[in-house]
Ligand binder design. Sequence first.
Ligand code: 4AD
Ligand code: MG
Length: 469
Amino acid sequence: MSGSEVQHCVTTPVRRALEAGAVGQQARIQGWVRTKRSSKAVGTFLELNDGSSLRNLQVVVPQSLANYETVVNSLSTGASVSVEGDIVESPAPGQETELRALRLDVVGHAGEYPLAKKRHSFEYLRSMAHLRPRTNTFGAIARVRNEVCRSIHAYFQQRDYLYIQTPIITGIDAEGAGQMFQVTSLDLTNPPLRDAAVDFSLDLFGRPTHLAVSGQLEAEIMASALSHVYTFGPTFRAENSNTSRHLAEFWMVEPEVAFCDLALLMDIAEDFLKVVFSDVLANCMEDMRFFNDRIDNTVLETLEHVVTSDFVRLTYTEAIEILRVSGRDFEFPVEWGHDLQAEHERYLTEEHFKLPVILVDYPASIKAFYMRLNDDDRTVAAMDVLVPKIGEIIGGSQREERLDVLLTRMHAHGLDPEEYWWYLDLRRFGSVPHSGFGLGLERVVHFMTGMQNIRDVIPFPRTPRSADF
Ligand code: 4AD
Ligand code: MG
């Protein structure tokens, strides 16, 4: 049998069975019982969900079924079942179809299901990560997240970018910020020593290595030959920040474009975000309405506003001026040369402009070594895209393509150029102006769904003191 003939599913997804056009079809549905309700006159009603849709399919189990008593008595919330029957028009309000069961098999019993009926807090559900995706909220998150990923790939593929893979284990600190997890094959309880220090020459790679904080520098290598590339993979940051916007492991998409300056990069970033948001609105409306009804009743309005408006563009220096005259009593000082804090970013996007803001030209001293120095010698061609509630959703820049300037910048950041010899070589052999950015996948899903905490938009969050499952 060739691959194209393989039937992946001998069942009908609930999503399809719910469509009016399915009436009259025979179907086999497999899923998990959400609720069970019995009626003397008809039999038993089951609400079945298989993750393909926010809505459940109502299954009517008639008393005439041969194994009715045994099967129905043993069923409870959480049990898995396989049902065959006819899809018919449903007399019940709010659903066009239902399934009349002709055969019902219990695949797995559920016993005392820990998530029965009552609403649970998101914190509690994090401790039940093996059952969490069975809830409405986390099913909807998974579907939206999937659509965001599909849309990201489609966006770049349709525009001739090559999807490239950059290493997860690396010897370099791409951001020069030192927030890295070390990777080693040495025995940490008894490491080999030389001159009273750990002897990393005996480590598997013969040197210290870390989990990548970004794939950017390698993406620059690839863009310096293949022009338009993007990475999309997990990145790791050992920053001990317990905020609602930070994860220690998150997914980042990083396009890198040769022959591209900051102005073009801003256009790309804005267009890209709008396409991704629009795709989710077009293809996940049922789930998005759920978030709007249950989680945050501003998300739909905000997203529709964002996709039809021009993002505001201004310099860091202009932003500092706006914040300074705002009359606001910010917790952190507003001073040229200091990084903007979440409260500042939120003021700009939520109150002052009520729109996403692309901030450029940050002070060189607070940004990474690879960003291109501007003619004023004190700012760099950096770009952060800020959105309401979340703050920074994209961070990017034009890269320093001039060898001498890059060397000076590295020294200023206390980095050893010898460690980055290959990065410097890119500036020796056909150097080109080039630019790129990083978009945090979880920041997108966080923004779009209105969820309170970024930990709840990834199936298995990794945060300080938490790496279960
Ligand atoms: O601004 P960052 O640190 O930029 C880079 O890593 C560049 N190398 C990207 C590039 O130019 N290719 O991170 C980029 C984005 C942020 O804007 C944010 O969306 C996300 O990654 N991000 C995080 N998301 C969740 N948890 C964290 N701890 C994050 N840190 C950054
Ligand atoms: Mg950043």
